[in-house]
Design a protein around this ligand. Structure first.
Ligand code: NDP
Length: 401
């Protein structure tokens, strides 16, 4: 029986809190804090209606370390689950150290003025968490998160050595808008417009954004175009699995999304540096965010499925073998269960699972941990029972591209 403090009342926070309330044996008391209390209260009302569980709410600016420390000291949680934005990661980690709380998040820290997608700032907290006897788990969503757990599971049970690893992220959902992002537009567009980068023979290979296209037939979705991209779990996978010769990340995008993105990029609307407009400084990407549909409103209108998984080729008992581990998640089912679409669902459920493993002691340690360092078995078991069942297929041959 444990108390948890969740920070961030967006789509991911909403799913995580709903799923925590559905597991009252682990999460006996839930507090949800965010920049706007009204958003927390709306989630609490939905949780109450769906599960009968009361969620406490609080207003918090998580950039304010003193305020966050005070809230942690008041709530006294066994764990702080950070589902705000990547900008808040370090402030919340600082508050956890001050107040003596364990920490979990789903995205690496990002400075506001430059898209970096790297763990260096958070890895620098290693000694402080270790010395305090506290545990911080980084990147516990789907990707990063479940994808690294899949790779770790493959390495533990299915292959003696991994030579190549491909992460394939397909959102086959359709929300009917010509252009919208399924999660925070600012973070999403920063990620998509960054140069592509993959790991090959011990070094990073860079290329232009969205230039390398490949068609792939996704189970329960069909053939989609996917594009080579950089994604933050590549960094932790390369660090913790130096044996892997090539690690790549692919994400699907529809033609309409890409056409809009190209135009918005060409006219400067995806810039993240300040621009003076009528005497006021604005950041074009933040202005664009204000014009786009709120990701949370897409749930009710999104149809179709996501399919996210890893394909690993390596050696098993002296022979080459290729395995594919993946999950398919249905947008409408996710919405019916939690009021949020599958992109939030596939992130919020792993966050809840990681939180549950930390609170029950199945995952324990002192210091800063990535998913590759933790036992995949209890996580994989809970994925099956908590709404994200996975499949393993043995492929006849390695990927031909
Ligand atoms: P949203 O933008 O929907 O939600 C973020 C929430 O955090 C909002 O409620 C926002 O408040 C709140 N917030 C922002 N700044 C602060 C602050 N200073 N103090 C307190 N609260 C704040 O994002 P999502 O729910 O889609 O994503 C949440 C996190 O999950 C992000 O870090 C995202 O990068 C990550 N993510 C990870 C994925 C994975 O697979 N690993 C996939 C998808 C997302 P307000 O409502 O007032 O704006």
């Amino acid at each position: 029986m444990s108390t948890v403090l969740v920070i961030g009342a967006g789509g991911v926070g909403s799913v995580a809190v709903h799923k925590m309330a559905m597991n009252p044996d682990v999460f006996s008391q839930i507090t949800l804090a965010s920049r706007r209390r009204s958003k927390c209260d709306a989630i609490a009302a939905s949780v109450k209606q769906r599960t009968g569980v009361d969620v406490r709410t609080a207003e918090l600016d998580a950039d304010d370390v003193a305020a966050t420390t005070a809230l942690i000291e008041e709530v006294k949680p066994g764990l702080v689950v950070n589902l705000a934005l990547p900008y808040q990661d370090l402030a919340i980690m600082d508050a956890c150290l001050k107040a003596g709380a364990n920490y979990l998040d789903t995205a690496n820290y990002e400075p506001r003025d430059e898209a970096k997608f790297e763990y260096s700032w958070q890895w620098a907290y290693q000694d402080r968490f270790k010395d305090a006897g506290l545990m911080a788990v980084l990147g516990c969503g789907f990707d990063p998160g479940a994808t690294s757990v899949f790779a770790t599971y493959v390495r533990k049970h299915l292959l003696d050595r991994i030579d190549t690893l491909d992460i394939l992220d397909c959102n086959g959902g359709d929300h009917g808008h010509p252009f919208a992002t399924n999660f925070n537009p600012e973070i999403n567009l920063r990620e998509v417009t960054a140069p592509s980068r993959h790991w090959e023979n011990g070094q990073w290979v860079e290329g232009p954004a969205l230039a390398h296209k490949q068609a792939f037939d996704f189970a329960e979705v069909g053939v989609r175009n996917m594009y080579l991209m950089y994604h933050e779990e590549l960094e932790s996978l390369a660090k913790f699995y130096p044996e892997i010769k090539r690690i790549r990340f692919w994400m699907t995008f529809g033609d309409s999304y890409l056409k809009h993105l190209e135009v918005l990029g060409n006219v400067g609307m995806t810039r993240i540096d300040p621009v003076k407009f009528q005497g006021v400084e604005i950041i074009p990407l933040q202005f664009l965010k204000a014009l786009l549909p709120e990701p949370s409103t897409l749930g009710a209108v999104t149809r179709g499925k996501t399919n996210i998984g890893v394909i690993a080729t390596g050696q098993k008992d002296g022979a080459q073998k290729t395995v594919y581990v993946y999950n398919v998640c249905d947008h409408e089912e996710a919405y019916a269960e939690t009021g949020n679409q599958a992109v939030s669902y596939t992130t919020g459920v792993p966050a809840m699972i990681g939180a549950s493993l930390m609170l029950t002691g199945a995952w324990k340690g002192a210091g800063v941990f990535n998913m590759e360092q933790l036992d995949p078995d209890p996580f994989m078991a809970l994925m099956n029972s908590q709404g994200l069942p996975w499949k393993v297929e043995t492929l006849a041959a390695p990927l031909a591209f």
